[in-house]
Write a protein that binds this ligand. Sequence first.
Ligand SMILES: C[S@@+](CC[C@H](N)C(=O)[O-])C[C@H]1O[C@@H](n2cnc3c(N)ncnc32)[C@H](O)[C@@H]1O
Length: 450
Amino acid sequence: MVPDAEEIIELFRHIPVDPAWSFAECGPRQTSKLTHGYHRYPAKFIPQLVEQLFDLYLDGQNPPHVNDLFMGSGTTIACAIARGCRASGTDINHAAELITRAKATPIEPAYLTERVQAVDMDLLALDASRTMPLWPPTQALECQVPQDNLDRIAFWFDAETRDELGYILGRITAEPDARVRDFLKCCFSHILKTVSCWDMGSTKPTRDRQKNPKRPLAAFRSHLKRMMRGNRSLWKTVPPAVRADLDSYLNIQRSDARTQPVPDASVDLQITSSPYVTSYEYADLHQLTTLWLAPDTARNLREYRREFIGTATKRLDQLPMPGHIAHHIAQEMEAQDPRMAAEIRAYFADMQECFVETARILKPGARCCYVIGNTTLKGVDILNAQAFAEGLQLAGLELERVIKREIPVKILPTVRDAATGRFASCDKADARAYPTEFIVVGRKPVTSNQ
Ligand SMILES: C[S@@+](CC[C@H](N)C(=O)[O-])C[C@H]1O[C@@H](n2cnc3c(N)ncnc32)[C@H](O)[C@@H]1O
């Protein structure tokens, strides 16, 4: 039986912060170990959190099946492959699928070095040709700038940078091995913000007119070196049986969280962190990657945005609220901002469908761990974690445990802009957003008939 909303609220009031889950002692070296430094990503969680949940909840299944329905930069998936698990998951974001695939694919280091050296030679020749009458290069290199998006590319990149990127992408496309190609594309995607006039300190797409961006070739070659080191440690960590048959261990795709590419009752552990309501617009934040690497989607950014849960750009219908807590939050917001109240309704209705999908794919007795924080928007307490605890139970799961953890400030922005509710930089602080967060652990009943 689902406890009533009051009971859940009361339960959360008494949960102390558990210092064992803050990982305050971990610096960037540890949090970006293995392939976790391949690509920056908003609100990515640290591998230590995933590994500690593995230690706690993976017991003896051989090999266990781990799922993440909101992969983001693939922390859960890469950790799972590193541990020899089967890993499945989805994300609606093109960038997320690319990053996750690259981060979870160990490539034999000597072979990768050889492939990357071949790319490097061509790019060095390209670089040398810049100061000679050979520029633009006449050899086989093709400059691949997506022609339909030239205006938007010109908004973010100067003409020289655009052409240099075009040649790098042309060389990447010529790479015959798909795994190496994804590795190179992930590197390409990572440097796009660095080499554009994108304001790196902003959580919104903003131009920084004072910025002196790095040159693409230098940035690409330097980040490749870092990624090669990451691949080498991943290769050493992943069990040989997984390396030899990666396709049967890694099952990820770009799709909606509500349509997981996995059979009923097949997952041993799900670890995920969902999007938040009206916080990051992932479609906007990764638009440079979409412009270059998914140009067809970039042509229709408006439709693409609407596929994201938590977006402020969704078509808003009057949706029935799944639980009392979600309903109450939306009602409170109604008095402050009816438009935001509608966004909140859409968000919790979408999340409820995700909880149902979680219940479908978990094995009886298996657990899901939703990492989620609460916040305040326009003076209204947005009790996401409590609403998730209720929603998971409405989907047929038992609430097994709630862990409260402190988030080291460097990992997440902790303030929001009062007018828009979106994350703001610290100098505009008017409300703290996620100084602590919760890991809501649900368990599928052993006797479940789902
Ligand atoms: C908080 S991030 C996940 C971060 C991830 N845990 C990591 O370590 O990088 C939430 C993710 O949900 C994804 N998302 C939003 N709407 C989605 C949908 N309808 N289906 C699947 N993924 C979605 C976003 O693209 C984003 O990558």
